[in-house]
Design a protein around this ligand. Structure first.
Ligand code: UT7
Length: 325
């Protein structure tokens, strides 16, 4: 019997025009380019313009992904948009993206898993496709974290940036068993006991304000290395693979040191690690497709490569997906 497989047919990414360097930030908060680079690997971040919203970034990335896939918007029957910085409390930003792309059929909704959002969105869309409930899905990670940062708090404001990335996922018949292209596995986790390590101190029901991001960086770091290693191990085990079989490890871009220690812990060589945090900082749900777009554009990621994506974020939430490109 042939089974459905979700295949990545197209990829698109978008970064707002304005670049803010570490040195520029050092003029307003007590920090330095040296500290930021050494502790995080970040050199700069992109910040959305006044009046430029999460939906605008998402539409730009989606347009590129659709063009890359050679798929017309009218063929899309599912939009799953991962964001923690929606345009409005409701309706879902995904519906604005749907309207912006001129799509009038299918379902469009947001999911919220903070920095793990893209992995969650891929898993949700993949399951819709495998269940036969969607055929062509747009999976988007889009954020304007600049709008929820406390720009006086040096321990957080230097870490994040704005951006968007998107996949076009399409149902394909699974050929040749596990060797065929597409999403091979997804694993998702959450543990709500750690809410206070990384949260936004506002919300419609609690404070009726948007709030600002608060983080105990050290605590998050400690959990991230353990949880990410577990999520990567799980993806390898589920597919009967080991680190050597994987061509590219594409982590959520939160901190260069977290990415490097996870890779090291699991026996991945540094050359297989895709790192773009230097140029766009932590863009939460957008960081994985932004990093992947970089590695596809410069020819590192090739058709049939094994790509492992992994992320961890507020909640805590974490997860991984193994993809045959
Ligand atoms: O994407 C969601 C997941 N998020 C993450 O994965 C983030 C995880 N955490 C991290 O990446 C790191 O913990 C940070 C980059 C946030 C911080 O690095 P750290 O090595 O854990 O530093 P720290 O928080 O222990 O701070 C060390 C020192 C402190 O000073 P004292 O107490 O030692 O005097 C901080 O006050 O660095 C100080 N510091 C800064 N100094 C200059 C904190 N932020 C800054 C700054 N510039 N921006």
């Amino acid at each position: 019997m042939t089974r459905k497989r979700s295949v990545v047919k197209g990829l698109g990414a978008y970064l707002p025009e304005r670049v803010v360097t570490n040195s520029e930030l050092a003029r307003t908060v007590d920090t330095s380019d040296e500290w930021i680079v050494e502790r995080t690997g970040i050199h700069q971040r992109h910040v959305a313009a006044d009046g430029e919203f999460t939906s605008d970034l998402a539409i730009r990335a989606s347009d590129k992904a659709l063009a890359d896939a050679g798929v017309s918007p009218s063929e899309v029957d599912l939009i799953v948009l991962a964001t923690s910085t929606p345009d409005d409390t409701f309706p879902a930003t995904a519906t604005k993206v749907q309207a912006g792309l001129g799509i009038t059929k299918g379902a469009a909704f947001d999911i919220q898993a903070v920095c793990s959002g893209f992995v969650y969105a891929v898993a949700v869309a993949d399951n819709f496709i495998k269940a036969g409930q969607a055929d062509t899905a747009l999976v988007v990670g889009a954020e304007t974290f600049s709008r929820i940062l406390d720009w006086q708090d040096r321990s957080t404001c230097v870490l994040f940036g704005d951006g968007a990335g998107a996949f076009v996922l399409r149902a394909d018949e699974a050929r040749n068993g596990d060797a065929s292209r597409g999403i091979m596995s997804t694993h998702l986790h959450s543990d709500g006991r750690h809410r206070d390590c990384l949260f936004v101190d506002g919300g419609p029901s609690s404070t009726q304000t948007v709030g600002h991001l608060r983080m105990s960086g050290k605590e998050v770091f400690r959990h991230a290395v353990v949880n990410l290693a577990a999520a990567v191990g799980e993806a390898l085990d589920a597919n009967g693979l080991n680190a050597d079989d994987v061509d590219w490890l594409v982590p959520h871009q939160a901190n260069r040191r977290i990415m490097a220690s996870t890779a090291r812990k699991l026996g991945f060589s540094e050359e297989k690690l895709v790192v773009t945090i230097d140029r766009h900082a932590n863009t939460s749900a957008a960081s994985i497709p932004l990093a992947l777009a970089d590695a596809v554009d410069d020819g590192r990621v090739q058709e049939d490569n094994l790509v492992l994506i992994e992320a961890m974020g507020g909640g805590f939430t974490w997860g991984s997906a193994m993809i045959r490109w």
